[in-house]
Design a protein around this ligand. Sequence first.
Ligand code: PLP
Length: 366
Amino acid sequence: MLYFDNASTTKISKSALDTYTKSSELFYNPSALYLPAVKVSKELENARNFFLKYFNADKGSTFIFTGCATESNNSVLKSAITRKDKKYIFSAGEHSSVHNTAKYYQELGYNVVFIPLKSNGSIDISKLECELDDSVALVSCIHVSNETGAINDIKEIVRMVKSRCRNALVHADGVQAVGKIKIDLTDLGVDYYTISAHKIHGPKGIGALYIKNINKFKPFIIGGEQEKGLRAGTENIPAILSFKTALEELKIKDYTKLKETIISNLNCDYKLVSTDNCVSNIISICFKGVRAETIQHMLEGYDILIGTGSACNSKAGLNRVVSQLVPREYAQGAIRLSFEDVTIEECKQVAEELSSAVNQYIKRIK
Ligand code: PLP
């Protein structure tokens, strides 16, 4: 089976799985006061400190562990969106866990503004600039698009927002950025940053949220005093420690050669959505007059698994993000290839089978 859908999820690594299994023995509740539980609590704090160091977090900041990146994103919006006289700004290319939460608040009557994307898939900074004033309370912009791989210049966005809006907080969803580009949280200057373990060969069901200033954050999940009162619920120690192992193993690699091999071996009519400003492990491609799901199933017949981005992002068969970047007749046929340690030969094979599936489809409907 050739797996070309790593942006959707990755296989847990052997060592992350080993950590998960071994640390499942550490079953004591880290909030308890007896010695075995205190040891677990120490492991938890070691992991937190590792995350802070790994991402060069700001002094006084913290990471809280969450159930997933979706929860981290929801937590930021719920904490920040409190007043109807304030403005809340989002890129039009957010993951559905931010986009649909923002829509939810918009329907409740909050002033939510979506900033359009440029044709390369990044947020249109000049349009963002026009919206910046002292009424802005939150700007949320995805760091690397899960659909196209487009990279947003978060450091520049933070600089602009902080210079024009007195009290605005900036959040970036970094789920697809971790392991693909270098992340230095102090340098980026963000107030919040979301990450997820299962995109980097860690376990599912564990995310984290970087919080620069805990005094400005109100918890989403309320209950006990876990995570210093910032996220209630007994911590998932095996998943947290396994997430740490996945991070320790992570190496940023350049997949440009693989990407170029796929593109140069396509032998059908296509439109490339991912351009130069994108990470090298994601290619979003569209085919005119083709339904992406059909192509996905045809390739599955050849033991090739690819993404359509539609799992949590489709409305009337159209990819919400890609449809902003290409004409409708192309957007219906938007597929996403996301890869890591595959060979040049495998990339050629995928490009050939993909082209053949598209050509067959078009022949059939003509
Ligand atoms: N944000 C981005 C950019 C993603 O790609 C995903 C996963 O698809 C998420 C958030 C949600 O992650 P999780 O599955 O951990 O909730």
